[in-house]
Design a protein around this ligand. Structure first.
Ligand code: KG4
Ligand code: ZN
Length: 347
C-alpha cells in the first residue's frame, strides 16, 4: 500500500472512477490537482436514438467499458496500479445499475492491489472539478451545481464541510434544457444545441416565467417554465404561426439563467463569501458563464468555472474529491454500495 508521506518526494496518485450515468470514465491525478489522464468513454451516441439515457443499456455499456477505460487511464498517465495511493469511485447519486458497475470495479481493484478505497459523492465531484488546474481556488465559496439531474446551491465551507442552501423542487436545470430541446426536435443532450441557437435569438422575444424569485429563497423550480414553452409551441402551431426557434431558445435560456444568476449572487452575499464557482454539465452554458462573470464583477465577487471537459461527467473530478477525503482519512470499506439518491455532505 502506498501512503502519501514524503521521505523522498513521490506524487500522491489517485485513480478516479465515474459511472453514475452515461459516461464511463477513469482518471489519474497527482497531488490532488494535476490531471495525468482523464479517459471518458461517452455513451451519448448509443442513447441518442431513444432521446435520453436508457438505464439498462447504460449499465451494460459500463460493464463492457470499465476495465479498458481504467487500463487506458493508467497507460496515459504512465503509471501502474501499484503506484496508486487511493481509488476514488462515485457511489451516488445516479442510476443504481450504472453506479454498481463502478463501485464493483473499484472494490475489486482495491481488494486485489491493497489500495485504500474512497466513496465519492458525484455532486461534490462536480464542485471539485473547479480545483483542477486552478490552484488559486480554496474554500470557502458558494457553488452553483447545475447538471442533468441536479440544481443546487452549496456553501463549501472547507474541503470536507458543505451546507446545502437549496435545490430544485422539480426538474433540474439540465433536465429542463433537454426536455425543451426534445420538443424543439433537437438531438439529445439538448443543452448545447439550445446554447448554440440562443446565440442567434432575441432573449426578450417571448416572456417566460421566473419561479421562486424571493430574495432569501435558494430553491428552484423549472417545471412551470418547461410547460410554458410547451404551451407557447402548441398555441403557435394551432394558430398556424411560424416559430422562430432561435428566439424561443434564447428566451427559454434567459429565463433559466436569470434565476440561476440572481440566486447564486444572493447566496454568496448570504454566506458572506467572496467567491462563486459554477459546476455540472450546464456550467458549460455560454450565457450562464457570461452573465455570472458580469454580475460577480459588479458585486466584487471572484467567479470561476471549470474547463469545458471538466463541466460534464468525468473521473478527474471524482479523483480530486477523493484526494481530499483520502487526506482526511475518510476511507470506504468493502461494504461500499451504490446509493442512487445520496445527499450532499453525507460522507
Ligand atoms: O453533469 P452532466 O454531464 O451529467 C449529470 O450529472 O447530469 O450534465 C449533463 C447536462 C445535460 O442536461 C446537458 O444538456 C447539459 O448538461 N449541458 C448544457 C450544456 N452542455 C451540457 N446545458 C446548457 N448549455 C450547455 N452548453
Ligand atoms: Zn454529473
Amino acid at each position: 500500500m502506498t501512503i502519501c508521506v514524503n521521505e523522498e518526494y513521490r506524487p500522491c496518485l489517485i485513480l478516479g472512477l465515474e459511472t453514475s450515468c452515461d459516461e464511463t470514465s477513469a482518471a489519474v491525478i497527482a497531488d490532488g490537482r494535476k490531471i495525468l489522464s482523464n479517459v471518458i468513454s461517452s455513451q451519448v451516441p448509443v442513447h441518442q436514438k431513444f432521446g435520453g439515457v436508457v438505464p439498462e443499456i447504460a449499465s451494460r455499456k459500463h460493464i463492457e467499458n470499465v476495465i479498458p477505460v481504467v487500463d487506458q487511464a493508467l497507460k496515459d498517465a504512465g503509471v501502474d496500479l501499484s503506484d496508486i495511493s487511493a481509488i476514488g469511485v462515485t457511489y451516488g447519486p445516479g442510476l443504481v445499475g450504472a453506479l454498481l458497475v463502478g463501485v464493483a470495479a473499484a472494490k475489486a481493484l482495491s481488494f486485489a492491489a491493497s489500495i485504500p478505497l474512497v466513496g465519492v459523492n458525484h455532486l461534490e465531484g462536480h464542485i471539485f472539478a473547479n480545483f483542477l488546474g486552478q490552484p488559486e481556488i480554496v474554500p470557502p465559496f458558494v457553488a452553483l451545481v447545475v447538471s442533468g439531474g441536479h440544481t443546487s446551491l452549496v456553501h463549501v465551507k472547507d474541503y470536507n464541510e458543505f451546507t446545502l442552501l437549496g435545490q430544485t423542487r422539480d426538474d433540474a436545470a439540465g433536465e429542463a434544457f433537454d426536455k425543451v430541446a426534445r420538443v424543439m426536435k433537437l438531438p439529445y443532450p439538448g443543452g448545447p444545441h439550445i446554447d448554440r441557437l440562443a446565440k442567434e435569438g432575441n432573449p426578450e422575444a417571448i416572456s417566460f416565467p421566473r419561479a421562486l424569485t424571493a430574495r432569501e429563497s435558494f430553491e428552484f423550480s423549472f417545471s412551470g417554465l418547461k410547460s410554458a414553452v410547451l404551451n407557447h409551441l402548441n398555441n403557435a402551431e394551432q394558430r398556424g404561426e411560424t416559430i422562430n426557434y432561435n428566439d424561443l431558445a434564447a428566451s427559454f435560456q434567459a429565463a433559466v439563467v436569470d434565476v440561476l444568476v440572481s440566486k447564486a449572487i444572493n447566496a454568496a452575499k448570504h454566506c458572506r463569501v467572496s467567491r462563486v464557482v459554477l459546476a455540472g454539465g450546464v456550467a458549460a452554458n455560454s450565457q450562464l458563464q457570461d452573465r455570472l462573470k458580469a454580475e460577480c464583477r459588479k458585486e466584487n465577487l471572484v467567479f470561476n468555472y471549470p474547463a469545458p471537459v471538466l463541466c460534464t461527467d468525468n473521473a478527474a473530478m471524482i479523483a480530486c474529491r477523493a484526494y481530499y477525503q483520502y487526506k482526511a482519512g475518510k476511507y470506504a470499506s468493502m461494504r461500499l454500495n451504490a446509493v442512487p439518491s445520496l445527499k450532499l455532505g453525507a460522507n
